[in-house]
Design a protein. Structure first.
Length: 173
């Protein structure tokens, strides 16, 4: 069973790297990709992280992609995750690309609304204050390089910094 494998692997990491924080990320459901639902299952993620005292790298866009694929409510999905173990929050813009919802784009209005909602969850204490809030925009190589524009970073990083403060860092740029 998948949960047993995750617990075993996380336990090995915890045993061999006791002084380092360990985080596990929620993955998106990718239609037609075998096994992608398992990495997005909030109940399995919760069980594995709580059993191994592992923290959560929560990717809000991955959750949004999974919910769109499953046609489920984002708040309900996130309520099933161990947000009390939140250590790192990733934000990114979503677009349709080759008929699939895809991430690593600049933030548009719906993405900003999701980021503002996440900010409210943190400020209200519903979610633990993450140590890092990262903008995952663009990247390198053929997959990401074409959608990396410095103008978007110059506009969006200050806005995110204003929302989240010194926890905000750009990554994958």
């Amino acid at each position: 069973m998948q949960i047993n494998q995750w617990v075993e692997e996380l336990t090995v990491l915890r045993t061999n790297l006791p002084e380092l924080p360990i985080v596990a990320e929620n993955l998106p459901i990718i239609p037609l990709e075998k096994g992608s639902r398992i990495g997005a299952d909030p109940d399995l993620i919760r069980e594995a992280l709580l059993a191994t005292e592992t923290d959560l790298l929560f990717d809000l866009s991955h959750a949004r992609i999974s919910c769109a694929t499953m046609e489920s409510e984002l708040a309900d999905y996130i309520d099933r995750l161990p947000m009390e173990r939140l250590r790192e929050l990733h934000l990114t813009g979503l677009r349709r690309y080759h008929s699939l919802i895809t991430d690593h784009f600049e933030l548009s209005d719906p993405d900003w609304q999701a980021a503002e909602w996440a900010q409210q969850q943190i400020l209200s204490g519903e979610w633990r204050q993450p140590e890092i809030i990262a903008l995952e925009y663009g990247g390198v190589g053929d997959v990401f390089g074409w959608r990396t524009q410095s103008e978007a970073l110059l506009a969006q990083v200050p806005r995110l910094h204003a929302m989240f403060g010194d926890h905000t860092i750009p990554v994958n740029i």
